[in-house]
Write a protein that binds this ligand. Structure first.
Ligand SMILES: Nc1ncnc2c1ncn2[C@@H]1O[C@H](COP(=O)(O)OP(=O)(O)O)[C@@H](O)[C@H]1O
Ligand SMILES: [Mg+2]
Length: 266
């Protein structure tokens, strides 16, 4: 829904329903990586409903491998997204389709990189095993101890309590069980920051007039992963990630259009 006025508690606002579109952090990142030329396998779950059918068709059309997506007797995950006049988005989750089974296929699928966009807290052993052969990049939350034994943790400042970020390295160390080499925090229009054991980086974003910030963090992740599997150093990867994120704010979609990805890579 596109709001004609800024969000304000208790207010009576006007807006326009803008229809349904593909989304979800996993899907948005997958679509951008497929557009960048990668083979992308999405491990996820959708319902046995029309929305699930539509998402699978749209993902396949974008070049994402959907064979491993399970179908469950639950409504497909969907959210209401409110876009304010500044292009900033507020997400209201309406239904979550959640698979109880662990995605064990992860270990059998050869991959250069694994991006984890999930709230589940029981993936630790699988990720730790995968981390010996692939880059593992995990989005936060969850923030529980030892739940994300990943090489890189990425958090959006807007998802966390301000005091959670007072000591990002200690936070990353705790969540990754000491595995994380880098802790990355995205900060919307302010770009992103990253910390390693012995250095800190700040990567500002270009100033733009956003149309719709939905999926900026997901595009950021795609840029980061693309750069990592192309053996770029962290500073280069961070710069590419910020460019991907900022580009995503200029489109009235949740994922980056393929043409935008191709332009970013030229
Ligand atoms: N208003 C904005 N102007 C410019 N770049 C933005 C803006 N919002 C997001 N971005 C870009 O997208 C990245 C991720 O955005 P952020 O809002 O931090 O994540 P999320 O989508 O998870 O809330 C930022 O690091 C930045 O590069
Ligand atoms: Mg944001």
């Amino acid at each position: 829904m596109r709001l004609a006025e800024p969000l304000q508690p208790g207010a009576h606002l006007n807006g326009v329903l803008a229809g349904f579109r593909l989304g979800g952090g996993g899907a948005n990142t997958a679509v951008a990586l497929a557009a960048a030329g990668h083979t992308v396998i999405l491990l996820a779950a959708v319902g046995r409903d029309a929305m699930g059918d539509a998402l699978l068709v749209e993902l396949a059309a974008a070049g994402v491998e959907t064979r491993w997506i399970t179908r469950l007797d639950q409504p497909t995950t969907h959210s209401l997204i409110l876009i304010d006049p500044m292009g900033e988005r507020t997400v209201v989750n309406v239904a979550r389709c959640e698979d109880e089974a662990l995605p064990e296929q992860l270990l059998a699928i050869p991959a250069e990189a694994v991006y984890v966009r999930s709230r589940r807290c029981d993936l630790g052993p699988l990720l730790a095993a995968k981390a010996s052969s692939a880059w593992v990049v995990a989005h936060l939350p969850p923030l529980e101890t030892n739940v994300r034994p990943a090489h890189i943790l990425v958090a959006s400042a807007s998802d966390l309590e301000p005091n959670a970020l007072q000591d990002p390295l200690t936070l990353g160390h705790r969540i990754s069980g000491g595995q994380a080499r880098w802790m990355v925090v995205t900060r919307g229009a302010a770009g992103a920051s990253a910390w390693s054991k012995d250095a800190q980086w700040e990567m500002p974003a270009e100033t733009v007039q956003p149309v719709d910030t939905t999926g900026a963090g997901d595009a950021f992740a795609a840029g980061l992963l693309h750069a990592l599997v192309n053996d770029q150093p962290l500073t280069g990867a961070l710069a590419m990630a910020v460019r991907f994120g900022t580009e995503a704010t200029l489109w009235n979609t949740s994922g980056l259009p393929a043409s935008a990805v191709q332009r970013l890579l030229r």
